[in-house]
Design a protein around this ligand. Structure first.
Ligand SMILES: Nc1ncnc2c1ncn2[C@@H]1O[C@H](COP(=O)(O)OP(=O)(O)OP(=O)(O)O)[C@@H](O)[C@H]1O
Ligand SMILES: [Mg+2]
Length: 249
């Protein structure tokens, strides 16, 4: 996820921000500079970096090369959308300057639908169209596939779906019939925090919940017993799931 754009979709409490935190912590330990754009001002995720609330403060942190930043925008829709565009533009313009060129950056945008006006946001479009070439990669997080703008969806190689309540017809229109076929599995509370993912090779797999070994400072999460005996391995294709009794039909 450090190299290609990603989308993360799931209903409320499905585990998408927790997953994002796990990914960001991992990438931080590999030397990536991370920005977590957090319109919800969620205290559970405040330890992902130094918190700032205005583009000016953000720019000062970029200049100081602060490696981990949490940006909390204004609660007003117009303002927060503009703030997102502005901070993305700042990263792009600074990325061209000597001393900043080789930096690898990840920008995770939580509840991205809150910042996208009339289906688009200049910063989001810029990030998803030319960001990867400049070493700036995006993670778009939202509640339904339908809420994602087309550019984010089509330009993201990594697609991660937790349980969603997108309509089956809509999922079909995005070639996700195979996900709607498995929705009962994801909706079952026994399988909470499981997700369905592809890395852009056309293959989708059901994956076990991420575990907290890296992102370990928000209290002890509930223990989740994987339904299979294989420890920590991703669960394979549909056939394997049936074999393991994961699917109930
Ligand atoms: N893999 C996991 N292991 C243990 N606990 C988890 C896991 N994923 C999520 N949780 C817990 O479940 C709760 C909801 O997770 P999270 O905040 O990621 O949901 P969300 O999809 O971002 O929902 P929201 O729409 O409310 O932001 C949190 O308390 C989180 O700590
Ligand atoms: Mg969340």
């Amino acid at each position: 996820m450090g190299k290609r754009h990603s989308v993360i979709v799931g209903m409320t409490r499905s585990g998408k921000t927790y997953f994002t935190k796990h990914v960001l912590k991992n990438l931080q330990s590999q030397g990536y500079h991370t920005v977590f754009f957090d319109p919800k001002h969620d205290d559970d995720y405040a330890d992902l970096g130094e918190v700032c609330t205005t583009p000016v403060e953000f720019y000062a942190k970029l200049l100081k090369k602060v490696p981990r930043i949490v940006y909390r925008p204004s609660p007003k829709k117009d303002e927060r959308a503009d703030e997102l565009s502005r901070i993305i533009e700042m990263m792009f313009s600074l990325g061209k300057k000597p001393g900043f060129k080789r930096m690898r950056r990840i920008v995770a945008i939580d509840e991205i639908q809150l910042m996208v006006k009339k289906g688009t946001n200049d910063g989001v479009e810029m990030l998803w169209t030319i960001g990867a070439g400049m070493g700036i990669v995006g993670i778009a997080i939202t509640q339904r596939v339908q809420l994602l703008n087309e550019t984010c969806w089509s330009q993201s190689e990594n697609k991660i779906l937790f349980k969603t309540d997108d309509r089956p017809e809509y999922l079909r229109s995005r070639n996700l019939d195979h996900y709607s076929d498995q929705r009962d599995f994801f909706l079952d509370s026994k399988n909470r925090y499981y997700y369905y993912a592809t890395t852009g090779d056309g293959k989708w797999k059901v994956r076990e919940p991420v575990s907290d070994s890296i992102s370990s400072n928000v209290g002890t999460p509930p223990t989740i017993k994987p339904p299979s005996k294989s420890k920590g391995k991703p669960i394979g294709n549909l056939k394997t799931q049936r074999f393991m009794g994961l699917k109930r039909w």
